[in-house]
Ligand binder design. Structure first.
Ligand code: ATP
Ligand code: MG
Length: 486
């Protein structure tokens, strides 16, 4: 098991390096580091310059004091040049040179000859100016020295030379300042890095939750929701995810229901066919009995054929595989053709199918689909109309740029509570109604799968139209489909 540990660690490291969290923090820290470094460099530069200028002034002041002392000593003509205590520090370099270059007095941690060499080399490299009066030198112990060369005139007008060197930063202020800056920057970056990781981790935690939830949600577990209450962008993402899941769940539910309903619808005719064939082959039957059994099987077969056709059409509609070819056509022509096609059916059902007013009404549409839509409505009207004077009327017209086709019947009407569900798939008002297999035509005893009106609604919708239904119990029902005229 042990050898696996390293690859696992490497994978986790790889995931970390590629994570938004890591990249975010790295960017943030890098930008902060650039800002801090630039700012610190600027501070260091200005501050060290100020300190250096101050140190040079200080050295200058002390050189002036020394010059006065040396002048006094020279005037008094004493061979001994005594520098008062406190004027020279242990680290200071002091050399007094005669005009001939003879060392008259020297003091300090650097041998006089070395100091003279340093100064002459410095003077050769860059002559002194009023802006930079000093010669700089760094000792082997990393002490920065500033040397100032000045002349002193004796009473008789002879010029003596004073070389004075002092440590620029005796208290190592610049170094301490640099160290403080570096430590401050590193500390700030470390805090920013740790804080950034913590913040990014906190901010990205909902993403982890969403990812984990998405992983666990399978086809069968669409009921899970993230239910994140936060109002930020990730909360919005989670809510969108939840809404999408809800839509998916509803779609799956509809599909499941559709398959269940379709199987249920097919089960009844298949059972009837099975029963009839078993009964017919059980023993010897008369010709009439065989004919009767065959006509029942024929009817059931017709029913299954129309059901399968409807299901196929709905499946194509859902998959967006139907091609609608719209042309400019006269709606009244479609109405006339439907009436002509369904008159034999109406006659068989003793229904008077009449065409009302059919003025020319042009719309953009697919003739075949519109014929099917109107046929479904007229078939329903014929099927469900009862009573002595059974009448079905089809008429078209147009009002204010809207074309309409109406199918009204003198049937029993539909109760208001059924109206909102009428266009649902497999919805039938009379669910207990069973098909009378003893009759010759199933249209004599109304039966159907409850798909006709959902197809009507779909056809109306793809033509940018809408279906309306008005019904009064005991008086009749009117279906109206509205389109835009062209
Ligand atoms: P299918 O049309 O698929 O063969 P169906 O006629 O039962 O079956 P729909 O056309 O969708 O299905 O109609 C749904 C239900 O609405 C019908 O079962 C019927 O109860 C009711 N209905 C439709 N049209 C009328 C009507 N003109 N009068 C009374 N009830 C109607
Ligand atoms: Mg129908």
């Amino acid at each position: 098991m042990k050898p696996k540990k390293f690859p696992a660690f490497r994978t986790r490291l790889g995931v970390l390096f590629h994570s938004i969290r890591f990249r975010l923090v790295m960017w943030f820290t890098a930008i902060l580091a650039i800002i801090l470094c630039s700012f610190s460099a600027f501070l260091y530069y200005t501050q060290s310059r100020n300190l250096q200028e101050e140190a040079i002034h200080e050295i200058d002041r002390r050189v002036t004091g020394l010059v006065t002392n040396v002048q006094d000593a020279l005037r008094q003509g004493s061979g001994q040049i005594a520098i008062p205590n406190g004027l020279l520090r242990d680290t200071d370099v002091f050399i007094l040179l005669s005009p001939e270059g003879q060392i008259l007095a020297s003091q300090g941690p650097i041998p006089a000859q070395d100091a003279i060499q340093i100064v002459s080399a410095g003077l050769l490299a860059a002559p002194r100016t009023t802006e930079s009066p000093a010669i700089y030198w760094t000792s082997p112990t990393s002490q920065n020295y500033a040397f100032i060369v000045t002349s002193v005139q004796s009473q008789v007008g002879i010029n003596f030379l004073i070389i004075f060197g002092g440590i620029l930063d005796p208290n190592a202020l610049v170094r301490r300042f640099l160290l403080t800056l570096v430590a401050g920057c590193l500390l700030t970056l470390a805090v920013a890095l740790a804080g950034g990781f913590w913040l990014a981790d906190r901010a990205m935690r909902p993403v982890k939750t969403i990812t984990q939830a998405a992983r666990t949600i399978g086809e069968t577990d669409l009921s899970r929701r993230l239910n994140m209450k936060s109002k930020d962008e990730l909360g919005e993402l989670a809510n969108t995810f939840d809404a999408m899941l809800a839509r998916l769940q509803a779609a799956f539910e509809r599909q499941r229901q559709f398959v269940a309903d379709a199987s249920h619808e097919l089960r009844t005719p298949l059972t009837i066919v099975n029963l009839e064939t078993s009964r017919a082959i059980e023993s010897h039957r008369s010709v009439q009995e065989y004919q009767h059994a065959l006509s029942i099987i024929h009817n059931e077969n017709n029913f299954m054929t129309s059901l399968v056709n409807d299901l196929l059409m709905l499946a194509r509609m859902d998959a967006g595989q139907t091609t609608i070819e719209k042309t400019r056509l006269d709606l009244s022509d479609v109405a006339v053709e439907t009436v002509e096609r369904l008159t034999p059916l109406a006659n068989r059902n003793e229904v008077t199918l009449e065409a009302g007013n059919l003025p020319e009404t042009h719309i953009l549409g697919d003739r075949q689909y519109l014929l099917q839509m109107l046929s479904n409505l007229v078939e329903n009207a014929i099927k469900y109309t009862i009573g002595d004077k059974k009448r079905v009327r089809v008429e078209t017209g147009q009002t204010d740029g809207t074309a309409w086709v109406r199918v009204s019947d003198s049937g029993p009407g539909i109760a208001p509570e059924h109206l909102p569900h009428l266009f649902d798939r497999f919805y039938r008002v009379d669910k207990a109604r069973t098909r009378d297999t003893e009759t010759e035509s199933d249209l004599k005893s109304p039966s159907g799968s409850g798909l006709g009106l959902s197809i009507v609604q779909w056809i109306a919708q793809v033509h940018n139209g809408e279906v309306r239904v008005e019904s009064t119990l005991g008086t009749g029902t009117t279906f109206e489909v509205r389109f835009k005229t062209v």
